[in-house]
Design a protein around this ligand. Structure first.
Ligand code: FAD
Length: 507
């Protein structure tokens, strides 16, 4: 059954997670206005699956049924491309729709469980396929609980003074395992149906207790979520983020029992590392789609702001240049996402993973260029995006009319319209929510160093060196064609090789 946004909101009522926001216990997640922008964002992925214009992109066939694209495990390169475009679509409407994380984790679990079974003779893959079927049938939303609190970054898990900085297995019982520890950053935590728990780094054998992957209902006994409000709820100036924005939560697992059928790795260190990197590769490609959607918003707002200012990019070259730079950044990292799809890599579990070099290059580009995107948006907009008096002034009889008279720009565009666009731009590029978009771009899906390591690990540098080595050996440089070196000659031209330097000449 494909839910609508309203069905999804209603489904949250049947759950009773232990959630705190701003120091207060949340009574009902579905009704708390501080979480509404996040629920609205996830809701876009549900409603778009029903809209005729988006249905093809937002749904897929798997296991004999139609499933939401965000829960589909990719089988072809075309699937990867559809997912990339679907993520851009939902994020250009919602800023961040969270649910692509569900997709990326399901893909990683599919690959890692298959690999673990092949090596260890376990039955994780069958368990996972049964779980996947249930998730798709119930059209759930899954939070990704990957990033551990990590404590002292210079120490590995087993060396941490507080073991609870990493989620780890504390006990094995007949029917399942018990986990405890902390996942520090989980997007949308309060309004997920379940969490997919997985390691955030590769582990050594002595850290095997942390090599655990499992599914935990959001309201399982022992789970506590300490979250921030989603977006900028209730703020009149927040043109976008009062409606859409994601909460981020700390998720504490305090001796949580997980039954065997929901355990997908337990101590298999190698395969847990494989899970982390394959999830990350999928997720970095999704981040590309998400931030391209954000780029669409900035490009649109930049065009409207310069128009409201009375400037025509056709006539004012520096405005056009800034807009072209903004477009170039957005579309160049998106193109990496397309390339990662087209060159997708088949996995042994029967799925297809984005090509890792392109996925990581694209994510690295967006992580660092997000700050340039904000600068360019500010450049074309002017200072009004931070200087405009607040929305209450729009209703002040003593100032509203005179402000409207002088704060207009182009004559045929009302001052209120210019103010609205300026506030939209402020919301996306200046407010604390704007900072959220910067930091999620930089660190979400892994910090830049993680991408650099993956690019270096996967790029065929050796092949490139061999290529140049072969060219040098074949002496193709001189005339651009193959030439051979004669024995006894120093080069292809035929010079004789010099004798050894005579001892007297060397004195
Ligand atoms: C808005 C937002 C939403 C997110 N959503 C999710 C989510 O839904 N689920 C999830 O699991 N995660 C999520 N993340 C977490 C994201 O994956 C992490 O932020 C990222 O992996 C970096 O980890 P960290 O924040 O702990 O920073 P750190 O790991 O502390 O990194 C900070 C800096 O220190 C460096 N560093 C760290 N460790 C070392 C070391 N041992 N040696 C040398 N340098 C080091 C890093 O390279 C980086 O430059 C989200 C992040 C953000 C910002």
């Amino acid at each position: 059954m494909l839910m609508t946004a309203e069905d999804y909101r209603e489904s949250l009522r049947s759950l009773s997670p232990r959630v705190f926001v701003n120091g207060e216990r949340v009574e009902c997640v579905a009704d708390d206005p501080r979480l509404a922008p996040g629920i609205n964002g996830v809701g876009v992925t549900y409603d778009f699956a029903h809209e005729p214009a988006h249905r093809r992109l937002m749904t897929a066939r798997q296991g004999g049924r139609t499933v939401n694209r965000m829960l589909h495990v990719d089988e072809t390169c075309a699937d990867l491309l559809d997912k990339l475009e679907a993520v851009r679509l939902v994020c250009k409407v919602s800023g961040c729709a969270q649910r692509y994380l569900s997709h990326d984790a399901l893909a990683g679990f599919h690959m890692a469980t298959h690999r673990a079974d092949a090596v260890h003779g376990t039955d994780y893959h069958a368990r996972f396929l049964a779980y996947l079927e249930e998730v798709q049938r119930r059209d759930l939303t899954l939070g990704v609980a990957m990033t551990d609190a990590k404590g002292d970054r210079s120490k590995r898990p087993a060396d941490q003074p507080n073991p609870d900085t990493y989620v780890h297995v504390t006990e094995r019982r007949d029917g399942g395992i018990v986990i405890r520890g902390t996942k520090a950053i989980v997007t949308g935590a309060p309004y997920m149906h379940e969490f997919l728990v997985m390691p955030c780094r590769t582990h050594r054998p002595e850290d095997a207790a942390c090599a655990v992957a499992c599914a935990v209902p959001v309201d399982a006994e022992g789970v506590t979520i300490v979250a921030k409000p989603a977006g900028r709820p209730g703020e009149a100036a927040a043109k976008f983020s009062a409606r859409y924005g994601q909460s981020v939560g700390v998720v504490i697992f305090d001796d949580v029992f997980v039954p065997h059928e929901r355990v997908f790795l337990d101590g298999e260190v190698e395969e847990a590392g494989h899970l982390t990197t394959s999830y990350a590769t999928h997720h970095r490609q999704s981040c590309i789609g998400a931030r391209a959607g954000f780029g669409d918003l900035l490009i649109g707002a930049g065009a409207m702001m310069s128009e409201a200012n009375g400037l025509d990019p056709e006539r004012h070259g520096h405005i056009r240049d800034a807009m072209v730079d903004l477009i170039t950044i957005t579309e160049s990292f998106f193109a990496c996402g397309v390339a990662a799809s087209v060159y997708g890599v088949a996995s042994e579990s029967g799925t297809v993973m984005p090509e890792p070099v392109f996925a990581n290059v694209g994510k690295l580009l967006l992580a660092t260029r997000i700050y340039d995107m904000h600068r360019l948006a500010h450049y074309v907009s002017g200072g009004l995006v931070v200087a405009l008096p607040g929305p209450d002034e729009d209703h002040n009889p003593q100032t509203a009319a005179s402000l409207a008279a002088v704060l207009g720009g182009r004559g045929d565009i009302p001052a209120e319209r210019r103010a609205e666009v300026a506030r939209f731009m402020e919301d996306l590029t200046v407010s604390h929510q704007a900072g959220w978009y910067s930091v999620i771009s930089l660190h979400g899906g892994g910090s830049p160093e993680a991408m650099k390591r993956e690019i270096w690990r996967n790029y065929p540098v050796g092949e490139r060196a061999d290529l140049v080595g072969q060219l040098i050996d074949r002496g193709v440089y001189d005339a651009g064609q193959r030439v051979s070196r004669q024995p006894g000659r120093c080069c292809a031209r035929g010079c004789e090789a010099p004798d050894r330097i005579a001892p007297e000449a060397a004195e």
